[in-house]
Design a protein around this ligand. Structure first.
Ligand code: NI
Length: 225
């Protein structure tokens, strides 16, 4: 299942833009495995520069405040967001799969259940640069307004099509979910969304309280912390 949602508001984007403009950029192949490195041709912001740390904190704060992200991803661990740029000769990332487990600082290990891309560039500012997901039922092409995010199963082969004009700047990260199975996650999201509608309509009626209990009992049954 693929979910898109607004993540960063104008204020957050206004804070991000000057940081993105003055940040240093390295060859994106530095951090790719041998197979992905053959497909990867973009630029990536060094993880430890001041701009990356500030941008990363800004994205993580927005994720914490996003009901859609929390409900859809049920995050247990988030791999620190990385920032990349597609422009000029370094303009695409061919079809590839992401590693199943990502290792980070201080012994961090994240099983990559979900991938997330946040778009920072306005779609009018560049040509091409679609994120294309190769799903079993066909290809899905994603290009979103600045500040919007797409969350998709990390199990899919995916690519970023060549940017032929302008620059596409974005952020990506992986999520290990409390709920490993995609189908269980989907059911919990549907349950939570329907329950939200019922609660808005009926308040905390005996029925909505009982259904809230059922939601949490399913989450308890399916989650690993
Ligand atoms: Ni990837």
């Amino acid at each position: 299942m693929l979910i898109t949602f607004p993540l960063l508001d104008e204020r957050a984007l206004d804070r991000a833009r000057p940081l993105l403009a003055r940040a240093p950029w390295n060859d994106g192949r530095d951090t790719a495995g041998p197979q992905a490195a053959q497909a990867k041709n973009n630029s990536q912001m060094p993880r430890d520069c001041a701009e990356a740390r500030e941008l990363s904190a800004l994205v993580l704060q927005a994720l914490d405040g996003s009901a859609m992200f929390l409900s859809a991803a049920l995050p247990a661990r988030v791999y620190p967001p990385r920032f990349n740029r597609y422009t000029g000769a370094a303009n695409h990332y061919g079809p590839h799969v992401d590693s199943a487990v990502r290792f980070g600082e201080n012994g961090l290990r994240v099983r990559t259940d979900l991938s997330c891309t946040v778009f920072f560039s306005d779609p009018e500012a560049y040509e091409g640069g679609e994120l294309v997901l190769h799903a079993p039922d066909g290809e899905r092409s994603v290009k979103l307004p600045a500040g919007h995010a797409v969350l998709y199963p990390a199990t899919l082969v995916h690519e970023v099509r060549p940017v032929t004009r302008g620059a596409r700047v974005g952020c990506f990260f992986w999520v290990q979910s409390l709920v490993r199975g995609a189908e269980e996650r989907r059911l919990l999201l549907e349950f939570d969304q329907a329950l939200t509608v019922l609660r808005q309509r009926d308040g905390d009626s005996p029925a909505t309280v009982a259904l809230t209990g059922t939601y949490h009992n399913l989450l308890r049954m399916w989650s690993d912390t």
